[in-house]
Design a protein around this ligand. Structure first.
Ligand SMILES: C[S@@+](CC[C@H](N)C(=O)[O-])C[C@H]1O[C@@H](n2cnc3c(N)ncnc32)[C@H](O)[C@@H]1O
Length: 259
């Protein structure tokens, strides 16, 4: 079952996005976009608004930073976060029907959204439409099928991640994104890996919240029992106490231009 971006999910993602690992990913996205003062930029699926707030700092008061999202709870968090930034607009809009004129933006970010979209080509075409010629796009997607984890029970871990797989339409979109960008008419497509590695299971690390979310999702979908969820998390805590905890997942940053 797909994830619902309700109030609980919004709060949990807001916590996760404050971890140093996700702050590093945001930095990489902003570096790829290279925003300048006065430019017009937008973040597609802005979630709690961290990235659009940072974009606003780069384009300055004479620029424009727009965050769009379809979740009222995410929009509320993003609005709250950017309230004091007059150059920010938080807009209730669907990526597939952007309420902006052709060529409205110099740069667009789209992080961790395309995996939930069925018609990727339409989404890319819509983003291309609202970019100016020469405009830049930065997309972050994760290879959710490639999680590396030191866990005792392989079969239970596989069932956990099978349920997680069903949370998105394209859990391994990075494998297909370059040809999709080229087919949509983007040029200069480049990609770099942004790995997230945790060697402890501390609550301030990305994998703690993420793996607890995986267990909750599998439990909610009936893929595992309550006892199995508890045993899995207990095992990860034991690995941590023994100094044997290891987690890695790869994010991929795609950059491209509208010719
Ligand atoms: C996993 S979150 C990523 C948030 C943010 N981009 C980040 O990486 O920190 C996905 C976001 O996309 C939003 N979303 C899902 N489908 C959407 C659509 N069709 N159009 C716009 N936003 C959408 C969700 O509400 C959610 O806030």
């Amino acid at each position: 079952m797909p994830i619902e971006f309700d109030e609980k999910a919004a709060r949990s993602l807001e916590r996760s996005y404050q971890t140093p690992e996700i702050a590093t990913t945001r930095r990489a996205t902003l570096d790829a976009l290279g925003l300048c003062t006065g430019e017009h930029a937008a973040d597609m699926g802005c979630g709690p608004g961290f990235l659009v707030a940072e974009m606003a700092g780069m384009v300055g008061p004479e620029g424009r930073a727009v965050g769009i999202d379809t979740s009222p709870d995410m929009l509320a968090l993003a609005t709250n976060r950017t309230d004091n930034l007059p150059q920010v607009e938080v807009v209730d809009a669907d990526l597939l029907h952007l309420p902006f004129e052709d060529g409205a933006f110099d740069a667009l970010a789209c992080t961790q959204l395309l995996l939930f979209i069925k018609d990727i080509q339409r989404a890319l075409a819509e983003m291309r439409r609202v970019l100016k010629p020469g405009g830049r796009i930065a997309i972050i997607e994760t290879d959710w099928r490639g999680v590396v984890l030191n866990a005792e029970d392989d079969s239970l871990t596989r069932r956990m991640f099978a349920a997680w797989d069903a949370a998105a339409i394209s859990p391994n979109l990075p494998t297909r994104l370059k040809p999709a960008l080229l087919a949509a008419g983007f040029t200069g497509v480049g990609v770099e890996g942004v790995p997230i590695i945790n060697t402890d299971f501390g609550r301030d690390g990305f994998s703690n919240g993420m793996l607890r979310g995986v267990a909750k999702k599998a439990q909610k979908d009936g893929a595992i029992s309550d006892d199995e969820a508890t045993a899995w998390i207990d095992d990860l805590n034991t690995k941590d106490a023994e100094g044997a905890y290891f987690f890695c997942v790869n994010r991929f940053l795609f950059r491209a231009e509208k010719p």
